[in-house]
Design a protein around this ligand. Structure first.
Ligand code: PMT
Length: 404
């Protein structure tokens, strides 16, 4: 293995109680061979599979076992451990630990460290295939991914219980390779990125509005990925029910007009604008002051056009590198290319919507990305992973347009 970006990094390895715990020993050896410093935290259950002495010998560091260790806690041991880590890697991560992490429990050292850190957290799940496929585990994993926690694997294959399927922990060498990505990415270092996300709500009266199915997941994943790539991120968000990601500035808006004001007033102070929001194209011409009463016959709502945020940003003098989205049910490439040209933007990421997989609300998506003179396909993947791929591509095109 080549000397990697993992060298000189401080990795806190959490080992939880599964049969794959024995593979964590090899992981420590590989990480140290790459030049990383490794400290190990074991849960009580992990100690039934491997002894702390194994990790102590391999890491050349004392192994941390309990939250209330009198000698360490007098110096707030769990806080200093959490601060020490450049990344917290939990391998193997059992179904039980994943559930406890989702709940935010702080009843042992490892769970507490995860609450007390602002370092990236990575899980390498390992469990029986039915436990992995269980709706509870899948929901926990999705929720943690939405919070920005990375999940490496699991792999499919023969399991310790004799069954065959998804749930095997990735091989240590594969975990090391994926970990490099986290340290590698400074593609947007020093740049400022403005992102719009989520739907807008166009009020009809005090209790009704026109909106769409955007959950905000795509835009929030992009904010997270841009932040990880070293950018200072401002996120302008319509109403969503996702936890706010850790960004430089978070602006909540409701109507298209409010999103327009929030984005356009900030755009010239940013290097890149990504319009992932599903902005209403039309809004009611007037908003009734009181709740509109049911009529005996049909009724009409007079709609007027909203301002086009993307076009306005692209038209700014000294404006940012501008990336739009296109949500299309058919003729995806034609309509995306038309929008790229008509809105005079630098890039457009087109997604097919209205299908069973991808697009609005889904946790996964696929994108066709177009720019003048090029295109790239990003295959169906969780929005968190897809966002990282898109951010890499945006960084590549931005740097091609603005050479150092
Ligand atoms: O939020 P999720 O549930 O994760 O779903 C993600 C998504 C499907 C919403 C996202 O991937 C996406 O496609 N966002 C753009 C949706 C959209 O409004 O597409 P559009 O083809 O109607 O608009 C084209 C572009 O113009 C978009 O960048 C949009 O932000 C922008 N626009 C549209 C209208 C308007 N008044 N101002 C704009 O800036």
């Amino acid at each position: 293995m080549h000397l990697s970006t993992t060298a000189q990094k401080q990795i806190l390895l959490g080992v939880t109680g599964g049969i794959a715990a024995y593979k964590a020993a090899e992981l420590v050896r590989l990480l140290r061979a790459e030049g990383a410093a490794v400290r190990v935290v074991m849960t009580q259950a992990a100690r039934a599979f491997v002894t702390p002495l194994t990790f102590e010998a391999l890491s050349n560091e004392p192994v941390h076992l309990t939250l209330l260790d009198a000698t360490e806690e007098s110096a707030m041991g769990h806080i200093s451990l959490a601060r020490w880590a450049n990344v917290i890697l939990i391998a193997p991560a059992t179904a039980d630990f994943i559930a406890r992490l989702r709940l935010g429990l702080a009843d042992d050292l490892l769970a507490t460290l995860c609450l007390a850190t602002d370092a990236p957290i990575v899980l390498a799940p390992a469990m029986n295939r039915l436990m992995w496929e269980n709706a509870a585990t899948q929901e926990n994993i999705r929720c943690l991914q939405d919070r920005g926690i990375r999940v490496f694997g699991p792999a499919a294959g023969e399991q310790a219980c004799g069954e065959v399927g998804w749930g095997r922990m990735l091989e240590p060498v594969e975990i090391c390779n994926q970990l490099e990505w986290i340290f590698q990415n400074g593609a947007l270092a020093g740049l400022t990125v403005l992102i719009s996300a989520g739907p807008t709500r166009e009020p009809i009266d005090p209790v009704r509005y026109i909106s769409n199915r955007s959950s905000g997941r795509m835009g929030y994943a992009l904010a997270q990925a841009a932040q990880e790539a070293g950018a200072a991120v401002s996120l302008v968000s319509g109403p969503v029910s996702l936890p706010a990601p850790r960004v430089q500035e978070m602006v909540s808006v409701e109507r298209a007009e409010e999103m327009y004001q929030a984005v356009v007033s900030r755009a010239i102070y940013h290097d890149i604008y990504i319009g992932a929001a599903a902005v209403a194209d039309y809004t009611p011409a007037t908003v009734a002051i009181s709740k509109i009463k049911k009529q005996t016959g049909e009724t009409m709502i007079h709609l007027i056009k909203t301002p086009d945020i993307l076009s306005a940003v692209a038209a700014l003098e000294d404006g940012p590198f501008t990336v739009g989205f296109a949500a299309e049910t058919d003729r995806v490439e034609d309509y995306a290319r038309q929008k790229l040209a008509a809105k005079c933007i630098d890039m457009i990421a087109a997604n097919r919507v209205g299908q069973t997989r991808g697009g609005f609300e889904s946790h996964e998506n696929a994108l066709q990305v177009y720019w003048n003179g090029g295109q790239r396909t990003l295959e169906m993947a969780p929005k968190t992973r897809l966002a990282r791929q898109l951010i890499e591509l945006i960084a590549e095109r931005y740097h091609a347009k603005n050479p150092a």
